[in-house]
Write a protein that binds this ligand. Structure first.
Ligand code: PDD
Length: 302
Protein backbone atom coordinates (compact mmCIF):
# COMPACT_ATOMS: atom_id res chain seq x y z
CA UNK A 1 0.00 0.00 0.00
CA UNK A 2 1.27 3.44 -0.86
CA UNK A 3 1.72 5.55 2.22
CA UNK A 4 1.15 9.26 2.27
CA UNK A 5 4.42 11.10 2.50
CA UNK A 6 4.50 13.58 5.32
CA UNK A 7 7.34 15.55 3.86
CA UNK A 8 6.31 18.78 2.22
CA UNK A 9 6.19 18.20 -1.54
CA UNK A 10 8.53 20.21 -3.68
CA UNK A 11 6.41 23.00 -5.10
CA UNK A 12 6.62 23.13 -8.86
CA UNK A 13 6.43 26.76 -9.85
CA UNK A 14 7.34 25.96 -13.47
CA UNK A 15 8.14 29.21 -15.22
CA UNK A 16 6.61 31.17 -12.36
CA UNK A 17 9.36 31.11 -9.75
CA UNK A 18 7.93 32.66 -6.55
CA UNK A 19 6.03 35.50 -8.13
CA UNK A 20 5.35 38.88 -6.63
CA UNK A 21 1.58 39.28 -6.59
CA UNK A 22 -0.77 42.13 -5.68
CA UNK A 23 -3.49 41.85 -3.02
CA UNK A 24 -5.48 44.87 -1.82
CA UNK A 25 -2.76 47.47 -2.18
CA UNK A 26 0.19 45.26 -1.21
CA UNK A 27 2.89 43.61 -3.30
CA UNK A 28 3.76 40.25 -1.72
CA UNK A 29 5.51 36.95 -2.50
CA UNK A 30 2.79 34.61 -3.79
CA UNK A 31 3.03 32.27 -0.77
CA UNK A 32 2.36 35.14 1.64
CA UNK A 33 -0.71 36.52 -0.14
CA UNK A 34 -3.99 35.68 1.58
CA UNK A 35 -7.68 36.55 1.42
CA UNK A 36 -10.50 35.88 3.87
CA UNK A 37 -12.47 32.59 3.89
CA UNK A 38 -15.57 34.85 3.86
CA UNK A 39 -14.57 36.45 0.59
CA UNK A 40 -17.59 36.42 -1.72
CA UNK A 41 -15.40 35.45 -4.65
CA UNK A 42 -14.62 32.22 -2.80
CA UNK A 43 -18.10 31.57 -1.35
CA UNK A 44 -20.37 32.84 -4.14
CA UNK A 45 -18.22 33.33 -7.28
CA UNK A 46 -19.22 36.95 -6.70
CA UNK A 47 -16.43 38.52 -8.66
CA UNK A 48 -15.20 39.56 -12.08
CA UNK A 49 -11.88 39.14 -13.83
CA UNK A 50 -9.77 40.12 -16.80
CA UNK A 51 -6.79 38.50 -18.48
CA UNK A 52 -4.46 40.83 -20.34
CA UNK A 53 -1.63 39.51 -22.48
CA UNK A 54 1.94 40.77 -22.40
CA UNK A 55 4.21 40.86 -25.44
CA UNK A 56 7.69 42.44 -25.44
CA UNK A 57 7.08 43.29 -21.77
CA UNK A 58 4.10 45.50 -22.74
CA UNK A 59 0.35 45.21 -22.19
CA UNK A 60 -1.90 44.32 -25.11
CA UNK A 61 -5.19 46.24 -25.30
CA UNK A 62 -5.17 47.44 -21.69
CA UNK A 63 -7.89 50.01 -22.48
CA UNK A 64 -10.25 47.39 -23.92
CA UNK A 65 -9.85 45.18 -20.86
CA UNK A 66 -10.33 48.12 -18.49
CA UNK A 67 -13.52 49.27 -20.22
CA UNK A 68 -14.94 45.73 -20.12
CA UNK A 69 -13.98 45.46 -16.44
CA UNK A 70 -15.89 48.68 -15.71
CA UNK A 71 -18.89 47.26 -17.54
CA UNK A 72 -18.76 43.91 -15.68
CA UNK A 73 -18.59 45.74 -12.33
CA UNK A 74 -21.44 48.03 -13.30
CA UNK A 75 -23.69 45.16 -14.43
CA UNK A 76 -23.22 43.54 -11.00
CA UNK A 77 -23.79 46.79 -9.04
CA UNK A 78 -20.22 46.79 -7.84
CA UNK A 79 -18.39 50.08 -7.35
CA UNK A 80 -15.15 50.69 -9.21
CA UNK A 81 -12.60 50.12 -6.43
CA UNK A 82 -9.51 51.26 -8.33
CA UNK A 83 -8.89 53.88 -11.01
CA UNK A 84 -7.65 53.15 -14.51
CA UNK A 85 -4.31 54.82 -13.84
CA UNK A 86 -3.74 52.98 -10.56
CA UNK A 87 -4.63 49.68 -12.18
CA UNK A 88 -2.28 50.34 -15.09
CA UNK A 89 0.50 51.05 -12.61
CA UNK A 90 -0.14 47.74 -10.79
CA UNK A 91 -0.09 45.84 -14.11
CA UNK A 92 3.17 47.48 -15.13
CA UNK A 93 4.86 46.96 -11.77
CA UNK A 94 3.94 43.25 -11.72
CA UNK A 95 5.19 42.79 -15.29
CA UNK A 96 8.48 44.52 -14.39
CA UNK A 97 8.99 42.90 -10.96
CA UNK A 98 8.33 39.43 -12.39
CA UNK A 99 10.40 40.05 -15.54
CA UNK A 100 7.54 39.09 -17.84
CA UNK A 101 8.42 39.41 -21.52
CA UNK A 102 5.61 37.18 -22.84
CA UNK A 103 2.76 36.11 -20.62
CA UNK A 104 -0.45 37.20 -18.96
CA UNK A 105 -1.68 39.44 -16.16
CA UNK A 106 -4.68 38.02 -14.30
CA UNK A 107 -6.90 40.48 -12.43
CA UNK A 108 -9.81 39.62 -10.15
CA UNK A 109 -12.12 41.91 -8.24
CA UNK A 110 -14.67 40.46 -5.83
CA UNK A 111 -17.42 42.02 -3.73
CA UNK A 112 -15.08 41.61 -0.76
CA UNK A 113 -15.29 39.78 2.54
CA UNK A 114 -18.20 40.62 4.86
CA UNK A 115 -18.19 39.36 8.47
CA UNK A 116 -20.17 36.22 7.64
CA UNK A 117 -21.69 34.20 4.80
CA UNK A 118 -24.89 35.78 3.55
CA UNK A 119 -26.65 35.69 0.16
CA UNK A 120 -27.59 39.34 0.53
CA UNK A 121 -24.89 41.70 -0.73
CA UNK A 122 -22.80 43.23 2.07
CA UNK A 123 -23.06 46.95 2.82
CA UNK A 124 -21.41 49.21 0.29
CA UNK A 125 -18.61 50.14 2.68
CA UNK A 126 -17.29 46.55 2.52
CA UNK A 127 -14.08 46.97 0.54
CA UNK A 128 -13.72 44.99 -2.68
CA UNK A 129 -10.95 42.40 -2.90
CA UNK A 130 -8.45 43.14 -5.65
CA UNK A 131 -5.97 40.46 -6.70
CA UNK A 132 -3.52 40.54 -9.58
CA UNK A 133 -0.81 38.08 -10.56
CA UNK A 134 1.31 37.37 -13.61
CA UNK A 135 1.73 34.16 -15.60
CA UNK A 136 5.05 33.82 -17.35
CA UNK A 137 4.56 32.23 -20.80
CA UNK A 138 7.74 32.38 -22.84
CA UNK A 139 6.95 31.55 -26.48
CA UNK A 140 3.30 32.65 -26.21
CA UNK A 141 3.40 34.44 -29.57
CA UNK A 142 5.41 31.77 -31.37
CA UNK A 143 3.24 28.96 -30.01
CA UNK A 144 3.67 25.46 -31.54
CA UNK A 145 -0.11 24.99 -31.04
CA UNK A 146 -0.71 27.73 -33.64
CA UNK A 147 1.17 25.65 -36.21
CA UNK A 148 -0.59 22.42 -35.29
CA UNK A 149 -4.14 23.70 -34.86
CA UNK A 150 -6.75 22.64 -32.33
CA UNK A 151 -9.22 19.79 -32.17
CA UNK A 152 -12.63 20.85 -30.88
CA UNK A 153 -15.60 18.91 -29.54
CA UNK A 154 -19.07 20.38 -29.17
CA UNK A 155 -20.92 20.38 -25.86
CA UNK A 156 -24.22 21.80 -24.70
CA UNK A 157 -24.03 25.35 -23.32
CA UNK A 158 -25.56 25.14 -19.86
CA UNK A 159 -24.07 28.34 -18.42
CA UNK A 160 -26.13 31.15 -16.92
CA UNK A 161 -27.72 33.79 -19.14
CA UNK A 162 -25.28 36.69 -18.56
CA UNK A 163 -22.13 35.46 -20.26
CA UNK A 164 -21.39 39.02 -21.36
CA UNK A 165 -20.28 39.71 -17.77
CA UNK A 166 -16.79 38.32 -17.17
CA UNK A 167 -17.51 36.61 -13.85
CA UNK A 168 -15.33 34.03 -12.10
CA UNK A 169 -18.07 31.36 -12.39
CA UNK A 170 -15.85 29.10 -14.48
CA UNK A 171 -16.88 25.63 -13.32
CA UNK A 172 -18.72 24.67 -16.51
CA UNK A 173 -16.01 26.01 -18.85
CA UNK A 174 -13.52 24.07 -16.75
CA UNK A 175 -15.66 20.91 -17.05
CA UNK A 176 -15.92 21.54 -20.79
CA UNK A 177 -12.13 21.59 -21.12
CA UNK A 178 -11.98 18.31 -19.20
CA UNK A 179 -14.64 16.75 -21.47
CA UNK A 180 -12.48 17.79 -24.44
CA UNK A 181 -9.36 16.36 -22.85
CA UNK A 182 -11.09 13.04 -22.15
CA UNK A 183 -12.22 12.92 -25.79
CA UNK A 184 -8.63 13.48 -26.99
CA UNK A 185 -9.40 17.04 -28.12
CA UNK A 186 -8.02 20.44 -27.12
CA UNK A 187 -11.14 22.43 -26.31
CA UNK A 188 -14.91 22.57 -26.61
CA UNK A 189 -17.35 24.86 -28.41
CA UNK A 190 -20.66 25.31 -26.66
CA UNK A 191 -23.98 24.97 -28.45
CA UNK A 192 -27.31 26.53 -27.47
CA UNK A 193 -30.55 25.89 -29.40
CA UNK A 194 -28.52 24.34 -32.22
CA UNK A 195 -26.13 27.28 -32.61
CA UNK A 196 -22.55 27.73 -31.45
CA UNK A 197 -22.18 30.31 -28.70
CA UNK A 198 -18.42 30.35 -28.04
CA UNK A 199 -15.46 28.30 -26.84
CA UNK A 200 -14.99 27.50 -23.15
CA UNK A 201 -12.62 30.46 -22.82
CA UNK A 202 -12.56 32.00 -26.28
CA UNK A 203 -14.71 33.23 -29.17
CA UNK A 204 -15.43 30.89 -32.12
CA UNK A 205 -15.26 31.54 -35.89
CA UNK A 206 -15.23 29.77 -39.23
CA UNK A 207 -14.10 30.96 -42.65
CA UNK A 208 -15.89 30.08 -45.90
CA UNK A 209 -14.51 31.64 -49.05
CA UNK A 210 -13.55 35.19 -48.12
CA UNK A 211 -16.05 35.49 -45.26
CA UNK A 212 -15.42 35.17 -41.54
CA UNK A 213 -18.51 34.04 -39.64
CA UNK A 214 -18.95 34.51 -35.89
CA UNK A 215 -21.86 34.86 -33.49
CA UNK A 216 -22.98 38.47 -32.86
CA UNK A 217 -22.40 39.89 -29.39
CA UNK A 218 -25.30 39.64 -26.92
CA UNK A 219 -25.83 38.36 -23.38
CA UNK A 220 -25.05 34.87 -24.75
CA UNK A 221 -21.30 35.36 -25.22
CA UNK A 222 -18.40 37.32 -23.83
CA UNK A 223 -17.64 40.34 -25.98
CA UNK A 224 -14.00 39.39 -26.57
CA UNK A 225 -11.42 42.14 -26.65
CA UNK A 226 -9.38 40.03 -29.09
CA UNK A 227 -12.56 39.44 -31.13
CA UNK A 228 -13.13 43.17 -31.60
CA UNK A 229 -9.53 43.72 -32.73
CA UNK A 230 -9.48 40.72 -35.07
CA UNK A 231 -12.78 41.66 -36.75
CA UNK A 232 -11.47 45.19 -37.26
CA UNK A 233 -8.20 43.91 -38.80
CA UNK A 234 -10.12 41.41 -40.96
CA UNK A 235 -12.33 44.18 -42.37
CA UNK A 236 -9.24 46.32 -43.02
CA UNK A 237 -7.70 43.36 -44.90
CA UNK A 238 -10.82 43.32 -47.18
CA UNK A 239 -12.22 40.15 -45.65
CA UNK A 240 -15.97 39.95 -45.27
CA UNK A 241 -17.21 39.72 -41.67
CA UNK A 242 -20.60 38.07 -41.07
CA UNK A 243 -21.88 38.30 -37.51
CA UNK A 244 -24.65 35.72 -37.39
CA UNK A 245 -25.73 32.48 -35.73
CA UNK A 246 -24.09 29.31 -37.07
CA UNK A 247 -24.21 25.56 -36.49
CA UNK A 248 -21.51 22.97 -35.85
CA UNK A 249 -22.36 21.41 -39.24
CA UNK A 250 -21.67 24.70 -41.04
CA UNK A 251 -18.34 25.05 -39.27
CA UNK A 252 -17.44 21.44 -40.13
CA UNK A 253 -18.07 22.22 -43.82
CA UNK A 254 -15.96 25.41 -43.68
CA UNK A 255 -12.55 26.02 -45.25
CA UNK A 256 -11.04 27.05 -41.93
CA UNK A 257 -11.97 27.78 -38.34
CA UNK A 258 -10.29 29.50 -35.44
CA UNK A 259 -10.70 30.85 -31.92
CA UNK A 260 -9.59 34.11 -30.32
CA UNK A 261 -8.73 35.14 -26.77
CA UNK A 262 -6.16 37.18 -24.88
CA UNK A 263 -4.23 34.02 -24.03
CA UNK A 264 -4.29 32.38 -27.48
CA UNK A 265 -4.59 35.41 -29.83
CA UNK A 266 -5.82 33.77 -33.07
CA UNK A 267 -5.57 29.97 -32.89
CA UNK A 268 -6.52 27.75 -35.85
CA UNK A 269 -9.03 24.92 -35.46
CA UNK A 270 -8.40 21.85 -37.62
CA UNK A 271 -11.06 19.41 -36.44
CA UNK A 272 -14.60 19.68 -35.05
CA UNK A 273 -16.28 16.60 -33.53
CA UNK A 274 -13.89 14.30 -35.41
CA UNK A 275 -14.42 15.99 -38.81
CA UNK A 276 -11.27 17.47 -40.34
CA UNK A 277 -11.58 20.96 -41.82
CA UNK A 278 -10.11 21.21 -45.33
CA UNK A 279 -6.96 19.08 -45.34
CA UNK A 280 -6.83 19.00 -41.54
CA UNK A 281 -3.99 21.53 -41.22
CA UNK A 282 -4.20 25.21 -40.18
CA UNK A 283 -5.55 27.36 -42.99
CA UNK A 284 -3.81 30.37 -44.58
CA UNK A 285 -6.36 33.03 -43.60
CA UNK A 286 -6.32 32.15 -39.88
CA UNK A 287 -2.50 32.16 -40.00
CA UNK A 288 -2.55 35.58 -41.71
CA UNK A 289 -5.03 36.97 -39.16
CA UNK A 290 -2.79 35.75 -36.34
CA UNK A 291 0.20 37.51 -37.94
CA UNK A 292 -1.72 40.77 -38.44
CA UNK A 293 -3.12 40.62 -34.90
CA UNK A 294 0.32 40.08 -33.33
CA UNK A 295 1.94 42.77 -35.47
CA UNK A 296 -0.72 45.42 -34.82
CA UNK A 297 -1.03 44.55 -31.11
CA UNK A 298 2.71 44.84 -30.57
CA UNK A 299 2.63 48.30 -32.20
CA UNK A 300 -0.21 49.50 -29.96
CA UNK A 301 1.04 47.85 -26.72
CA UNK A 302 1.67 50.09 -23.72
N1 PDD B 1 -11.04 34.05 -21.49
N2 PDD B 1 -15.29 33.92 -24.27
C1 PDD B 1 -15.04 33.43 -23.05
C2 PDD B 1 -16.06 32.57 -22.39
C3 PDD B 1 -13.82 33.75 -22.39
O1 PDD B 1 -13.58 33.27 -21.16
C4 PDD B 1 -12.87 34.54 -23.06
C5 PDD B 1 -11.57 34.94 -22.43
C6 PDD B 1 -13.18 35.02 -24.35
C7 PDD B 1 -12.23 35.89 -25.15
O2 PDD B 1 -12.14 37.18 -24.60
P1 PDD B 1 -10.82 38.07 -24.78
O3 PDD B 1 -10.51 38.10 -26.21
O4 PDD B 1 -11.20 39.36 -24.23
O5 PDD B 1 -9.72 37.36 -23.98
C8 PDD B 1 -14.40 34.69 -24.92
C9 PDD B 1 -9.82 34.38 -20.79
C10 PDD B 1 -8.64 34.52 -21.68
C11 PDD B 1 -9.61 33.37 -19.66
O6 PDD B 1 -10.61 33.04 -19.05
O7 PDD B 1 -8.48 32.98 -19.38
Amino acid sequence: MTKLAFTRPQLDYGDNIMRTVYVNGEYLPENEATISIFDRGFLMADGVYEVTSVLDGKLIDFEGHFVRLQRSLNELDMAEPISRDALLEVHRKLVADNSIVEGLVYLQITRGAPADRDFVFPSEDTPATIVLFTQNKPGLADSPAAKKGMKIISIEDVRWGRRDIKTVQLLYPSMGKMMAKKAGADDAWMVQDGHVTEGTSNNAYFIKGNAIVTRPTSNDILNGITRAAVLRFAAEAQMKVEERLFTIEEAQAADEAFITSASTFVMPVVEIDGVALGDGTPGPLAARLREIYLEESRKAAI
